[in-house]
Design a binder for this molecule. Sequence first.
Ligand SMILES: C[S@@+](CC[C@H](N)C(=O)[O-])C[C@H]1O[C@@H](n2cnc3c(N)ncnc32)[C@H](O)[C@@H]1O
Length: 378
Amino acid sequence: MPADPAALRLALAEEVAAANPTLDSGWRDAVAVVPRELFLGAAAFRPTGAGWEPVRRAEVGEDEWLRMVYSDRTWVTQVEGEDAAEATGAVSGSPTSSATLPSLVVRTAQVAELRPGQRVLEVGTGTGYSTAILCHRLGAGNVVSIEYDADLAARAAVHLSEAGCAPTLAVGDGLQGCRKHADYDAIIATCSVRSIPHSWFWQLNDGGSITTTVSGWMLAAGMIRLVLDDEGTAHGRFTGDTITYMLARPHERPPSPSFFRLDGDSRSTRLDPGLLEEWAGRFVAQLAAPSAELMTTGSGIILRDVATGSQAWTEPDGDGWTVHQHGPLHLWDQVEQALLLWRDAGAPDLTKFGMTATPFEQTVWIGSPEGPGWQLPV
Ligand SMILES: C[S@@+](CC[C@H](N)C(=O)[O-])C[C@H]1O[C@@H](n2cnc3c(N)ncnc32)[C@H](O)[C@@H]1O
């Protein structure tokens, strides 16, 4: 029997709702009606392990394509600026756009506590799928969406119009917000940020909210909803979600030179470097060394500071691990001290972390604003 898009859409909506029992039925209904196949266009990338290969609708056939489209998974649509529809073969590099998995689209809206009638700025239109979901629930007249990449934005505009949605669309850097259409009751980002951009504070109504994933160059991330008080300070607590979005383009790591281990001060570590492979441990490490990137080697970890070139690398030494630190920053000392504070606080998951933020100072803390805390790079 040929695949029926309406039936597949409904099944996807039921699957998403079953996995998230507290989801408002309005979001389930939006998944049940928004035609995701329209937004995915003619091709997407599939991971190969070493890179990405294009999968074309015309080649896989309509049934297989619809089953792909209506699975609850992210489909990468652009890698290093190259669109799947234009790729002539496999490509390598990092995704620069995707159709986010539907469960995360509605989870973000759920965390944002969006209600019909609220005026929302979405940062990262991408394919336009999440924009269509927002339009369905909030009314297109209340949705503004901004995309960095002009070609993607143009394609999303066509697909949204075909789907019968007419939100306000803009092209540009959403880290500057979208001033022309401010003020907003809520800003939600479908890309992650290293810290909350200044403009988002200025473009929100009092009591407005910001929902985003806070991430960084170790690719650790936490989802949070921050609410702005009438003095201009935003407060919030992280959720426990262990999923994230790609970094906003202006917050991406600069390209890295080749890495060579350099000798330096050596000592035994007090903690297992494997803690950095855990979600919360890595998040704490990133807070402690926000301009460092992390590589794992199988037998240890490497930290390299993008700004200063400082490095720290660990190796097993029989009983434990030895760390070698080179350069002006002692990266492992920073990370280890933070991990010890986290451990003393009971090694909590991200639901025990919160954030207090102004445009000028942003602190992520454990427990309460008086607890151990780290400043984000603003
Ligand atoms: C995960 S994709 C978005 C998924 C999209 N919401 C969907 O459902 O198809 C992230 C998008 O954010 C865009 N982006 C990255 N940085 C941005 C920025 N500073 N301003 C606006 N868009 C940005 C990327 O180009 C990409 O299309």
